[in-house]
Ligand binder design. Structure first.
Ligand SMILES: [Zn+2]
Ligand SMILES: [Zn+2]
Length: 437
């Protein structure tokens, strides 16, 4: 429209402290002194109040106040974005949502063992139907609730990488391009005026975030596999060995994993009320949305036993993403999508499909636009610090199986306490038993 824009001078990513490395003045390291961060900006650290006082003359120009957004309030918003992207951008293209279900994949239906050894719940699909909302979709379902649950599980399959990546890119492009702008300087490219906005969690500034690829141990009962009678072939459901999450680390060295992709495995942790987050889609009823956050490193937490991260790629600190944001004018237009493609291949460990790449690119643009509005209006101040969490659906695992599992775990834990089984073996046995629930 306006001819070619210069490809430089766009928004710059301002990185937060990665760790308390060295005093901003005397460069003493954390080995020599206990370093404290500047409480106003959280972006520099000092060994002493003396150093902080001396450095103030130069630091005050860039220090400024920071809006510290608590992850407790903000992380559900990110999960909401993932949910909204699914609802708004993905048509009913899943084979199992556009074809009739011929069998009865409920609790009692036996699991199948495929030739590759995979044990899963089989869904047999027949002819094409207009919509999964119609009665033709799953005519033998015992009740409407069962239908809703299965539909939601299938609907939530896939897209883990495009969703996680685009949310990280949008966050970097809109929140981490803000900084405290000194009086007299024009705040170019930042939507928050002169304010710096940063995330914090459990009282400590977020130092990094990005995408994790890992594998999840799930009960076989919750794995889905489809057989298309039209195409006479099996279609694999989502693979728990390729499960994406967003990681956040804070300056205290704690790590958290944000997950919005576990509903497909019958895991129903969700935020019950989307209304604080959907200011920009008031016309739509989004319903409850999947949200789950786990802390890493605590071996007592079940999630640490069930989710094993294999690859972690920082989005906040990736120079390719910085260039993309800098060249794209805050992602209002995407200058060079190849940067998104290459980071996707890097995270996945193989060449990602062109469809997923296109989705990730489109999602990044949408997330960036929504995030921009959220930043501009200071909407992040209105997200609630506590929210009703719901898990309204009953597990599809038969109750007698659960009882059996708990008895087995009791015996296994007794053996662990007596030293008859090593902790490693205990974890392996636990995972095996959990899978075969
Ligand atoms: Zn010092
Ligand atoms: Zn400061």
């Amino acid at each position: 429209m306006h001819g070619k824009k210069p490809l430089s001078g766009g928004p710059t990513v301002f990185l937060p402290l990665l760790r308390r490395d060295a005093c901003n003045l005397c460069t003493k390291t954390s080995n020599d002194a206990k370093l404290r961060i500047c409480s106003a900006c959280g972006e520099v650290s000092y060994c002493s109040t003396e150093c902080q006082r001396q450095d103030w003359v130069s630091h005050k120009i860039r220090c400024g106040k920071t809006d510290k957004v608590d992850g407790e309030a903000f992380f559900p918003y990110l999960a909401f974005l993932a949910h909204a992207l699914r609802l708004h951008s993905v048509p009913d293209t899943h084979h199992a949502l556009s074809h009739a279900i011929l069998n009865n994949p409920d609790k009692r239906e036996p699991l199948v063992v495929l030739s590759n050894g995979l044990v899963a719940k089989l869904i047999v699909l027949g002819e094409k139907i207009p919509s999964s909302k119609s009665a033709q979709w799953w005519p033998t379902a015992t009740c409407q609730l069962d239908q809703e649950i299965l539909r939601s599980r299938i609907f939530n399959e896939g897209l883990g990488l495009p969703l996680a990546l685009s949310i990280c890119i949008g966050l970097a492009a809109q929140m981490y391009t803000t900084t405290a702008v000194p009086t007299g300087e024009v705040p170019a490219y930042q939507v928050t005026g002169r304010r710096r906005v940063r995330l914090a969690f459990l009282g400590s500034p977020i130092s990094d975030f990005g995408v994790v690829r890992g594998s999840l141990t799930v009960p076989n009962q919750t794995r889905l596999v489809y057989y298309s009678t039209e195409q006479k072939k099996f279609i694999m459901g989502q693979d728990p060995k390729e499960h994406y999450r967003i990681y956040f680390t804070n300056l205290n060295g704690q790590e958290f994993l944000l997950d919005f992709g576990m509903r497909v495995y019958d895991f129903w942790n969700e935020v019950a009320d989307p209304s604080p987050y959907n200011k920009y889609f008031r016309d739509k009823n989004h319903g409850a949305f999947p949200f789950y956050i786990a802390q890493r490193g605590d071996s007592c937490l079940l999630d640490n036993l069930l989710y094993e991260p294999h690859k972690r790629v920082s989005v906040l600190r990736d120079p390719k993403i910085h260039t993309l944001i800098h060249e794209s004018d805050s992602l209002e237009k995407l200058a060079d999508t190849s940067r998104i493609y290459s980071i996707m291949d890097e995270i996945a460990g193989y060449p990602v499909s062109p469809d997923d790449k296109t989705l990730a690119t489109n999602f990044s643009f949408v997330v960036a636009s929504l995030m921009r509005e959220t930043m501009k209006d200071g909407e992040y101040n209105n997200f609630p610090l506590s929210y009703p969490v719901a898990s309204p659906y009953k597990s599809t695992i038969p109750q007698e199986k659960e009882v059996e599992f708990h008895q087995y775990m009791k015996r296994l834990s007794k053996r662990l306490r007596k030293g008859k089984v090593s902790p490693e073996q205990w974890v392996a046995d636990f995972q095996e038993a959990y899978k075969s629930l």
